[in-house]
Design a protein around this ligand. Structure first.
Ligand code: DP6
Length: 412
């Protein structure tokens, strides 16, 4: 009987608080600045990947969300991740061969693979699905190949799938050191603090649009590199200092400083998009209204209680301390109400509103209710409440492949 070898693992989403925007090498995916992110709990947002290796598979194949088979021939980024991980396995096999004899080593590096990957959140929601997806691909393969390498080593491979993916190899608070070497060997992710370092910190994702984005981050950032003088100023004069201040605010659990830096960095990233020629707009009216509401909330609270941040799309991510989350959900609900039919608006995973209704909490004293109009129903489609979480994990009892090695949920 031919033996098959399989591993399943899950990986988290990360949301940057110091943004990565710009590449100095587009093939190796080397950034023009370092960045910092927070890893979110896999409980609410995750990618899951099963990889099986078999000498019987005719070619390597990959299915996404049980629907779409991806054409790997044209996908350089996936090819790069598969090649680099296989090379590590080949080295490992040679090393093992020297110790125990080549005949006793399983030549997994020569087998074709069947890969199935799923997200538990809509890929089209504009959430960072490529980061968790590529991190999961590389991590699952490293487990299948039993590679004796660190998460930082793996981050250099995941980076070649999608830059931000390198930060999803760790839980908690993560930095991506841009590095300076031309071969990218020092452009890697490192953990600043683990997921249990600051348990009071939580996040609200406000899903504003589930439409596919206009300008992808890959295209957008290179257009900014070519045309924006503000980006050069950011790279030279702003990010290096901010990296230090942000790391320090995380280690000291100083929410007020963390919030100020997070909002300023999101603002500057979107300013660089506007400074791109022709300009790139990721924020829409709802995004900007959320900025106004949070600004007024912080102002009238007399302290920074919430921090907004936006990636390459209109969705807002709001970081806040646990005790202020109900008040913030209440605010969003008030200004961006859901329609009656919208049953998925807020699922309340932490049971915050079991005995009270959202929308009934008082606003902070002197809150200017005219700061923005009440928006049309479902301008914010969904609020996902989540917390800081761990890095990738093996889940062998949750295979996505059937006994023949095809996706269990394949929709024909
Ligand atoms: C705005 O990692 O998606 O989310 O490296 O081209 O795949 P590629 O880009 P990607 O860019 C993410 C940009 C961002 C900021 C961030 O996550 O740091």
């Amino acid at each position: 009987m031919v033996q098959t070898h399989e591993k399943t693992a899950t990986s988290p989403v990360n949301i940057a608080v110091i943004k990565y925007w710009g590449k100095r090498d587009t093939d190796l995916i080397l950034p023009t600045n370092s960045s910092i992110s927070v890893t979110l709990s896999k409980e609410h947002l995750q990618s899951k990947t099963t990889i099986r290796a078999s000498p019987l598979f005719e070619k390597t194949r990959l299915w996404l969300n049980g629907i779409e088979e991806i054409n790997l021939i044209n996908n350089k980024r996936i090819q790069n991740c598969l090649r680099e991980t296989k090379l590590l396995r080949k080295d490992y096999e040679e090393k093992l061969g020297k110790e125990i004899g080549m005949d006793n080593v399983l030549s997994l590096s020569t087998y074709n693979l069947h890969i199935c990957s799923e997200n538990n959140f809509p890929t089209a929601a504009g959430l960072a699905s490529s980061a968790s997806g590529f991190a999961c691909l590389v991590y699952t393969l490293s487990q299948l190949y039993e590679l004796p390498v660190s998460a930082t080593e793996l981050s250099k491979i995941a980076r070649q799938g999608s830059g931000s993916a390198c930060r999803s190899l760790f839980g908690g608070f993560v930095s991506w050191q841009m590095g300076s070497k031309r071969d990218g060997s020092d452009s890697q992710a490192l953990q600043i603090a683990s997921s249990d370092h600051w348990p009071e910190l939580e996040a609200l994702i406000c899903v504003i649009s589930d439409a596919k984005k206009g300008t992808s981050s890959t295209e957008g950032m290179q257009s900014t590199v070519k045309t924006s003088t503000l980006l050069q100023h950011r790279i030279d004069n702003v990010v290096p200092e901010r990296m230090k201040l942000m790391t320090d605010s995380i280690l000291r659990k100083d929410f007020s400083k963390f919030a100020e830096l997070t909002m300023k960095d999101s603002n500057q990233f979107h300013a660089c998009c506007l400074d791109t020629f022709p300009p790139i707009f990721y924020l829409n009216d709802t995004s900007r209204a959320i900025i106004s509401v949070i600004t007024e909330y912080n102002d009238k609270s007399g302290e920074c209680k919430a921090a907004y941040t936006f990636d390459a799309g209109p969705n807002a991510v709001i970081y806040a301390l646990k005790q202020n989350i109900p008040e913030i959900i209440n605010l969003i609900f008030k200004f961006f109400p859901p329609s009656r039919e919208n049953l998925t608006f807020f699922s309340d995973p932490f049971k915050l509103f079991s005995d009270r209704k959202i929308g009934n909490l008082p606003l902070p004293a002197n809150f200017n209710e005219n700061i923005i109009p009440i928006f049309p129903n479902d301008s914010v489609k969904q609020i996902i409440h989540t917390c800081v979480g761990n890095g990738p994990r093996v889940k062998n009892d949750e295979s996505l492949l059937n006994s023949d090695g095809f996706p269990k949920n394949l929709k024909k």
